[in-house]
Design a protein. Structure first.
Length: 402
């Protein structure tokens, strides 16, 4: 991608600027809903397809692996095609991938899952770079809105699944919604094709960040916060159930993670963009996350909503900080895309290990204490990587023309 113009491409063009905001937010809303919608429908889907629990788990594990593997290829794609076109194609592939998850053939469902995960991986990487290109002086606000919309899209996928299932008595209806929605969003991306200064560069430059210390700090921060979030999202209900809470209490506490994270999704990037360095935010994020896990480790049934609230604060703040680092530590759009690709590739591979690692420790020990202790130790690693990433230093890539 080209370097964005200093003032952005929408100066004096409020209508197209508003369309760009809507397009970015609609794309963000599609990045989790089609994945998480199957979680509440697990019983109906397994019964309809006659598949085992391990076979069903592939529908949630494979996308994370796609995130890790495909993300690293996105800078290569942006050197050949404009990011606006890639965004449009990504939305269409999301629609196709979700559509294939509606059929009765498990092999086609797996193919759809791979397409869905790959398309989301492309958009995951592209959007921070497009925020930098479209709104160079509003990166904090736009990153916050993107983070909130990402969380809200995931929430819609979960919260609408059961009401739609009960209304239509068919598990395919809530899933099909996420096949139709991306096609509607494409309409808002078509005007973005004509936005100048953001397309494929005339002289493509390969941006490599693999030797940059700041890039590695951001990568580890992204990876450890992803490990933390996906571990909690997977196992918090089970942890609470095994400590005497009923299903309703466990479900309510888990829902609090997403609910409480929303204001932090919005305001942390805005604050981060105004700060010379973000170390105060890194420390605050560490403290609330540490308290939440320590509470679960100490006495999970004493105040489950309180522990879940602290976990939600930490997850929302950490994700927003990681996304902010992608744009704040980059000089231009190409660097932001390369940094996003590197951090998300390794980050989501680490995230895929989280639920598996904690589940294995639970099976071996017979309790959750050691698994939660691991998360406490990893929070120290997240603090250290965030402390380094928060320095007001831009990445210094190795560059070579192709």
């Amino acid at each position: 991608m080209t370097t964005s113009t200093p003032n952005g491409p929408f100066v004096g063009r409020p209508v197209i600027a508003l369309l760009a905001i809507v397009a970015l937010m609609l794309a963000a809303a599609n990045l989790r809903g089609g994945l998480v919608v199957v979680g509440p429908l697990v019983t109906e889907i397994r019964a309809a397809l006659n598949i085992s629990a391990s076979a069903f788990s592939m529908l949630t594990t494979l996308p994370l692996l796609c995130f890790g593997i495909v993300s690293i290829c996105v800078p290569w794609l942006t050197r050949r095609w404009a990011p606006q076109w890639l965004s449009i194609v990504g939305l269409m592939v999301i629609s196709l991938g979700v559509g294939l998850r509606l059929v009765d053939n498990y092999a086609l469902i797996i193919l759809g899952t791979l397409l869905l995960g790959s398309a989301i991986a492309v958009l995951n990487v592209l959007i921070p770079g497009l925020v930098k290109a479209f709104f160079p002086h509003r990166v904090g606000l736009m990153t916050g809105l993107y983070s909130v919309t990402l969380t809200a899209g995931a929430g819609m996928g979960v919260y609408l699944a059961i009401p739609l299932l009960e209304q239509f008595d068919n598990w395919r209806v809530p899933v099909a919604m996420w096949a139709i929605f991306p096609l509607f969003c494409v309409l808002f991306w078509l005007p973005m094709i004509r936005v100048k200064g953001v397309g494929r560069p005339a002289n493509p430059v390969r941006v490599s960040l693999w030797r940059d210390k700041i890039a590695w700090s951001i990568t580890f921060y992204m990876g450890l916060q992803s490990f933390y979030f996906y571990s909690m999202a997977t196992w918090l209900p089970k942890i609470l159930l095994e400590n005497g809470l009923d299903a309703h209490q466990a479900g309510t506490a888990t829902a609090f993670i997403n609910l409480v994270s929303i204001p932090f999704n919005l305001f942390v990037p805005i604050l981060a963009a105004k700060m010379a360095n973000q170390r105060l935010l890194v420390v605050g994020t560490f403290m609330v996350s540490f308290i939440g896990i320590a509470g679960l480790w100490w006495q999970p049934n004493a105040a489950p909503l309180l522990w879940a609230s602290f976990i939600g604060m930490g997850c929302g703040s950490a994700l927003s900080l990681a996304l902010s680092f992608f744009v704040l530590r980059a000089e231009n759009t190409a660097q932001a895309t390369a940094l996003s690709a590197m951090a998300q590739s390794i980050g989501y591979l680490l995230a895929a290990l989280g639920p598996v690692s904690l589940g294995l420790m639970r099976d071996i020990s017979g309790h959750w204490q050691w698994a939660l202790l691991l998360l406490l130790v990893l929070q120290l690693g997240q603090l250290a990587s965030g402390w380094s990433a928060a320095r007001p230093i831009k990445v210094k890539p190795d560059q070579s023309k192709l």
